[in-house]
Design a protein around this ligand. Structure first.
Ligand code: 5GP
Ligand code: ZN
Length: 112
């Protein structure tokens, strides 16, 4: 389903590369970031390959809204609903994997 060759996150979603699953459903997969920047650091991705959050917003806004709901529910469980949601967009902003992903940072009080 929209899988891109040599995309790290497509490989993780398909199970070819192992990951620590946090949540999954028909359209969406969530797993622990391998280099956590907070006590709880989860990446949420659509199963379908989109390169950026702007591309996702344009092509499937309902999926973007769903990713926010999943983030909320992870933070409800981890830290009374408080979280930071980050979409790095573009290499110069720190995006290193070009399959859209939401970083959910939660589980502890976050610095500004
Ligand atoms: P970006 O820099 O594109 O916003 O975020 C990519 C994230 O993917 C980084 O936070 C990085 O730690 C994480 N990451 C990179 N490779 C892997 C991997 O193989 N497994 C997991 N679970 N996370 C990864
Ligand atoms: Zn991909």
């Amino acid at each position: 389903m929209g899988e891109s060759d040599d995309c790290l996150f497509c490989a993780i979603i398909s199970g070819r590369i192992p990951s620590e699953k946090v949540y999954e459903d028909e359209t969406t997969y969530a797993f622990k970031d391998i280099h956590p920047k907070a006590k709880v650091h989860v990446l949420i991705v659509p199963r379908h390959h989109y390169g950026s959050v702007a591309e996702l917003a344009k092509s499937d806004p309902a999926e973007l809204a769903h990713i926010v709901e999943v983030a909320q529910s992870i933070a409800d469980d981890a830290f009374h609903g408080a979280y930071r949601l980050v979409f790095n967009t573009g290499r110069d902003a720190g995006q290193s994997v070009f399959h859209v992903h939401a970083h959910v940072l939660t589980g502890e009080t976050l610095d500004e």
